[in-house]
Design a protein around this ligand. Structure first.
Ligand code: PMP
Length: 425
């Protein structure tokens, strides 16, 4: 860090530079061998990301020894927080017994059984290594079943960072990607009428996650399901993030049966994972006896992931989900109170255990098109300076190991961070 940069920095930025010198050094070194010093855009922010040294429960510590309450939990994947002991135990037990092999692997069966038992629309499933892969595989299934090659998704929806989906996340149509407005069934219907004979699948998140924690309405989901089927396409519900909202997944809340469901994040217990499932009739295209789709992968259903994921999903009980939701309600009111106390405008999108903060009178259509980029950037740094880690875009996702005392501490620290931001403006 040159003294020049430090002199020109805002107080929050200057304090971030001073507190995180080892993170800056780690980033400089990483940049030499990885573009942007990273393998994951969501782990980068200006001026450079924190480098985390270790994490436990609700806390993370960076390489400078600073402690943070982690309010994003790897974008919802760590539903039981960091280094959750029952998950460590299951993973360690499995690691000692071997980590992967190219033959039958019974360790995946209990997790598959749990998903089939809890998620009503899923009779059979296949595991992948990420949510991105799960959605790509769902698209493959739909292409093979329908003989078509395009997909329709919500503008600013997120189904992973592969070519078919990433354009839509930023609001652009692509060669295979058509877009319609979230919560506007008529718009989906319009695209399906116009391009229906090309569209293999409609992908939908029941709650837009990356887009800004925006729940669908039941009428919207019912409307797009009817229009999708009328056009002869498959409805794919992306529950990679939303599985955390209910014992049987978000589809149980909205009482909707998609043709295919994709999973990821929490079903891996903190290890890389994805899955796609549906009726046995649809999933039979993978059956080696009558195979229509060749699907394999060196690490699919990795035994360590499966052992950890089974504990992670198994321990996500209806009671624990409810407790997270109750604490998130309290957090939401507290955040609004903190902003009011220092005169900052704050609006929030909220669903279950997730929130998205916007320093504007009203939430925008999506986190991608926000007017508060300057303030949210300042707040993100100020929050870290006060020992709280939120997503750079203001998203928060609690874990089951939070209790009221953590929420009180979070609100105290965020109150101080908002005060710092208000003083800078
Ligand atoms: N779908 C949704 C709804 C997601 O939130 C994500 C990840 N943020 C994905 C798919 C992609 O999952 P992964 O990052 O594991 O590829």
């Amino acid at each position: 860090m040159t003294s020049d940069t430090l002199e020109n920095a805002s107080p929050a930025r200057a304090s971030y530079f001073q507190r995180t010198e080892n993170s800056a050094t780690a980033h400089e070194r990483a940049k030499l061998v990885m573009p942007g010093g990273n393998s994951r855009q969501a782990g980068y922010w200006e001026p450079y990301p924190l480098t985390v040294d270790h994490a436990k429960g609700v806390h993370m510590w960076d390489v400078d020894g600073n402690q943070y309450i982690d309010l994003i939990n790897n974008y919802t994947a760590l539903v039981h927080g960091h280094a959750y002991y029952p998950i460590i135990e299951a993973a360690e037990r499995q690691m000692a017994r071997g980590t992967c092999w190219a033959a039958g692997n019974a360790i995946q069966t209990p997790l598959a059984e749990q998903i089939v038992e809890r998620v009503a629309s899923v009779e059979q499933l296949r595991f992948t290594n990420s949510g991105t892969e799960a959605n790509a595989l769902a698209f493959t299934i739909a292409r093979v079943v329908t003989g078509r090659d395009k997909l329709l998704m919500a503008r600013y929806g997120y189904h992973g960072s592969s070519l078919e989906f990433e354009l839509g996340s930023f609001g652009h149509e692509g060669l295979v990607t058509k877009l319609a407005s979230f919560n506007d069934a008529a718009d989906f219907e319009r695209v399906l009428v116009e391009h229906g004979s090309d569209i293999a699948a409609v992908f939908i998140e029941p709650v837009l996650g990356s887009g800004g924690v925006i729940p669908a309405t039941k009428a919207f989901l019912d409307g797009i399901k009817a229009a999708t089927h009328k056009a002869g396409a498959l409805l794919v519900m992306d529950e990679v993030l939303t599985l955390r909202f209910a014992y049987g997944g978000c589809q149980s809340i909205f009482d909707i049966t998609p043709d295919l469901t994709t999973f990821g994040k929490l079903i891996g217990g903190g290890f890389p994972v994805g899955a796609v499932g549906g009726s046995a009739d649809l999933m039979k295209i993978f059956d080696p006896s009558d195979m229509k789709v060749f699907h394999t992968g060196t690490f699919n259903a990795n035994p360590v992931t499966m052992a950890a994921g089974s504990v992670s999903f198994g321990e996500l009980t209806a009671d624990k989900i409810q407790t997270m939701h109750n604490l998130t309600d309290i957090l939401k009111e507290g955040l609004l109170g903190c902003a009011k106390a220092v005169g900052l405008p704050l609006s929030l999108n909220h669903y279950g255990s997730c929130l998205n903060m916007y320093f504007s009178e009203r939430p925008p259509e999506s986190s991608v098109v926000r007017e508060d980029a300057d303030i949210i950037g300042r707040f993100h740094l100020a929050a870290m300076n006060n020992g709280v880690f939120v997503a750079p875009r203001g998203m928060i996702a609690l874990s089951t190991v939070f209790d009221q005392s953590h929420i009180d501490e979070v609100l105290e620290r965020i109150g101080a961070a908002m005060n710092d931001v208000a003083a800078e403006l």
